[in-house]
Design a protein around this ligand. Sequence first.
Ligand code: FAD
Length: 406
Amino acid sequence: MARALVVGGGIAGDTLALLLERDGWAVTVAEIAPAPRKGGQTVDMRGDSRAVLAQAGLLEQALGCLIPQAGAAWIDAGERRLAAMPVEAFDGRGLVSKEELLRTDLARIIHDAAGPGVTHRFGETVEALEDRGNRVLARFRTGGEEEFDLVVGADGAHSKVRALRFGPEEAYRRPLGLAHAWFTITEKPGTPGLDGWFLMHNAPGRRMVEARPGHPGQQEVGLTFAAETLPSRHDREAQIALLERTFADVGWRAKEFLAAAREADDFALDTFDQVHMQCWHEGRVVLLGDSAWSASPLSGLGTALALRGAAELAAALREHAQSVPAALAAFEAAMRPRVVSAQQLPPGRVAAAAPKTALGIWFNALVMRTLQARILRPVINRAFAGTEHGRTAENQSAQAKTAAVG
Ligand SMILES: Cc1cc2nc3c(=O)[nH]c(=O)nc-3n(C[C@H](O)[C@H](O)[C@H](O)COP(=O)(O)OP(=O)(O)OC[C@H]3O[C@@H](n4cnc5c(N)ncnc54)[C@H](O)[C@@H]3O)c2cc1C
């Protein structure tokens, strides 16, 4: 039986593990976190995500976890609306859709679908990879070494497998100039409700505070700001201190969110980066998902690409069952055009996410209102109708926004 090591048990890694197991592989997933990772905001179920989940037989479960949403609104510090986009906007293809579930739920559904052919090792990673002819020897952090027919680096944008095999992150990382902290808060008596709305408050200086619906009684919070480098991911105190300095004079619920960031058990902070590589595979080692091609959260396509990539890799390995290297080349040929397209953010995308000035914030809201004017609707709806492979709502509206501005 062929053996695969998948490093990273996120959406990409766990989906691949599941699909390979169904094709008769024995799969080990080495995930550095001590348990399946929780957290993350909503994931759009349209396009590639829907198609791959349907193919994997998981669509019904995913649709059973949809988060009821009313739409997105841009608000001022006093929570007065500057602009709003209900879920019905643009024939249901607006910024927020009716078909979104939390990343946590999607990851759990995929993880739980694995059978006995998949072994998860939590708190584990690889320390070294060595070619041994038609096998790769992996040395594990917790000791021990094993040989595999295939090693997959599905360990996210800061991939260890990429560093081991292809060199340091700096060679591949393209920062977009923004950073984003995200975490879950539990509503207490007195916590302002959202009524299903994704609320965004922009402050001058490229700062944005947002809250969107989560599980009942919870809200998913985000703080976006200008940064290309951050304190160490292991230094929570320094991360929180940076957020406190950056958002000290921001209104709306910024203070409440800063206090909650200290307590949240799913707090995460990272830069908005893209990963660009000439080649994702070497010998029997291949990268998958954000480790290979992160298009950044601003693309709105991270999960769709991870799911599609896992399906393409499994299909290539099935088709080229006699040669892993040939399968990896076929996978890359199939996947690269999608990735190239997803990485092309519309001009002005970063500036539109977090405008620099008060005038920019006002203008942004004006554009969002204008786009939905009755007279423009047929044009915009036509523009959205032609989008490819599940480009998600966030990006579609960004494209339309840019088109309107330009
Ligand atoms: C907890 C979490 C929350 C997220 N929230 C959002 C969000 O709100 N919005 C958004 O746009 N994107 C979010 N993302 C990113 C999004 O999930 C990905 O862009 C997309 O799904 C592609 O997934 P991936 O599996 O390639 O990478 P990831 O989802 O990043 O998964 C990588 C996995 O590898 C593990 N890992 C990392 N390093 C190692 C290592 N050295 N050894 C072993 N395992 C390792 C990680 O713990 C993680 O489980 C989140 C990711 C995570 C992990």
